[in-house]
Ligand binder design. Structure first.
Ligand SMILES: Cc1cc2nc3c(=O)[nH]c(=O)nc-3n(C[C@H](O)[C@H](O)[C@H](O)COP(=O)(O)O)c2cc1C
Length: 168
């Protein structure tokens, strides 16, 4: 083995999970951010964590509103989903610019991305500052799926989104 960087490690473990984090600001604007750093951390109560950079817009909105949704796009949303990871909602309306549509959530005010393979409605429980990122621990208050669709994953590190065949 050879010594490598943490960035190399993240390419080596690719494909990585992928989701769109939606938030709704106090001004009513819904923002969508691309995110690989999320995982399930408990079943009862159903709990997930996400990690966002402190330089981005999404984390501050979550701290203030304490709600978000995680939507896992399928192949048909691949290009729009990737674009949500290339610019900030601080000065752009990504949903309008990239033509992302939403459907109302049942348990939170933040909508889910329409056409996703899976969507989780989430309510913030706690935050943990971790250097350049903050971890948001959230209870999952509702889970939705379209079982005909398969979610995309982040491939080649975080450079592409791709769907993968399930090999039985
Ligand atoms: C495939 C992919 C995965 C990403 N994963 C993360 C992540 O886990 N955490 C993070 O902070 N940024 C991640 N990003 C970068 C953010 O999506 C990007 O900084 C975005 O502009 C932040 O948007 P916001 O300022 O509207 O919150 C990812 C980008 C891509 C393309």
């Amino acid at each position: 083995m050879e010594k490598v960087t943490i960035n190399d490690a993240q390419k080596i473990t690719s494909p990585n999970p992928f989701a769109l984090v939606s938030t709704k600001g106090e001004d009513g604007k819904v923002n969508v951010m691309a995110l690989s750093w999320w995982t399930y951390v408990s079943n009862h109560p159903a709990t997930v964590v996400i990690c966002t950079s402190d330089r981005g817009y999404t984390g501050g909105v979550i701290k203030r509103t304490r709600e978000f949704t995680l939507s896992m796009p399928d192949e048909s949303l691949r290009e729009q989903a990737f674009l949500c990871g290339t610019c900030s909602g601080r000065d752009r309306d990504k949903a309008v610019e990239f033509g992302i549509e939403f459907e109302e959530s049942e348990t939170v005010k933040v909508p889910r991305v329409k056409g996703s393979a899976l969507a989780l409605e989430c309510r913030l429980k706690d935050t943990v500052p971790l250097g350049d990122h903050t971890m948001y621990i959230a209870e999952v208050t509702a889970v939705w799926a379209d079982k005909e669709k398969r979610p995309v994953f982040a491939a080649e590190g975080y450079r592409k989104l791709r769907a993968f065949e399930v090999i039985e």
